[in-house]
Design a binder for this molecule. Sequence first.
Ligand code: KG4
Ligand code: ZN
Length: 337
Amino acid sequence: MAKINSQTCILGIESSCDDTSAAVYIDGNICSNVVASQKIHEEFGGVVPEWASRKHQQNIVPTVDAALRKAGCTIKDIDAIACTQGPGLMGSLLVGHSFAKGLALAAGIPYVNVDHIDAHVLAHFIDGNIPLLPFLCLLVSGGHTQLVVVDQNLDIEVLGKTIDDAAGEAFDKAGKMLNLSYPAGPIIDRNAKLGNPNAFVFNTPKVEAFNFSFSGLKTSILYFLQKETQKNKSFVQENINDLCASIQHTIVSYLLSRLEVAMIETGIKHIGIAGGVAANSQLRAELHTLATKYQATAYEPKFEYCTDNAAMIAFAGKLKLEQKKYGTFTDVCFTRK
Ligand code: KG4
Ligand code: ZN
């Protein structure tokens, strides 16, 4: 079994969606974090699951190899392998999970299953400005949107979640309507810097408790664009920056209004964001404005730990190894939490 101390060397593998990633965590440090992105989905306006799993199969060996080389080690130095068990795309998960189990079996080392969503939140605790506990975190990715509390043991309690689309999905679907390529989140972020956030007003969804909904916003954008393009065929092209700024402003204000309610109701003064949408520049900036308003402390993860990456998997795996929560070779992947 693994030598569980500060010298433990863990290989992390992540393949839940369209990025193949491998990372090596040694002695409390991330020594490599290699991400192979799949450009193939850009033209389809979203991830094509079958293409994603085929690309993972091509990428997994070179990505793991590159992560080991960059960390200056070989598989013989690895004490344990951590991999994403889910949620994610079934075919994509199967590639990483089967590879991780096979490699662990061949190397005679244990492996641990890591929850994709928990890993996004726990990325805050890898290094840098580590949040004080309890920590209230808004998890916003392409597939999930949740409000969670991390307690003193780093256990995660879900306070609320989206009842339909995720925040990243809202960015990506809005981008598709604006003829932007996938993933549209970073493109909307870039264009929004040049636009007026108050140029257009879109409906913000109303839901109970700490939950979220984005399907009404999507419909509101769709109907608005249909109406305007009937009058002017070039409406989207002529107003792209204002449209991006207004859509981003709507999503960010909505997300932070839910975080604000949760902060008031829980009384927690350490707040943060995690997941791919946590890379958004307006969300990162306005998180700090919100914290200042309540004399709270804001934490955002390092940019490279926002979107899918194996560093967060290796780190979350380390925490599970310390608790001796090993995986078994009959473990299966899961798609939804
Ligand atoms: O966490 P992630 O890499 O994958 C999932 O677990 O789903 O998140 C991907 C999502 C995509 O929807 C992408 O558009 C969004 O994160 N994203 C952004 C930005 N960078 C990535 N959304 C808004 N602004 C960004 N800068
Ligand atoms: Zn993710």
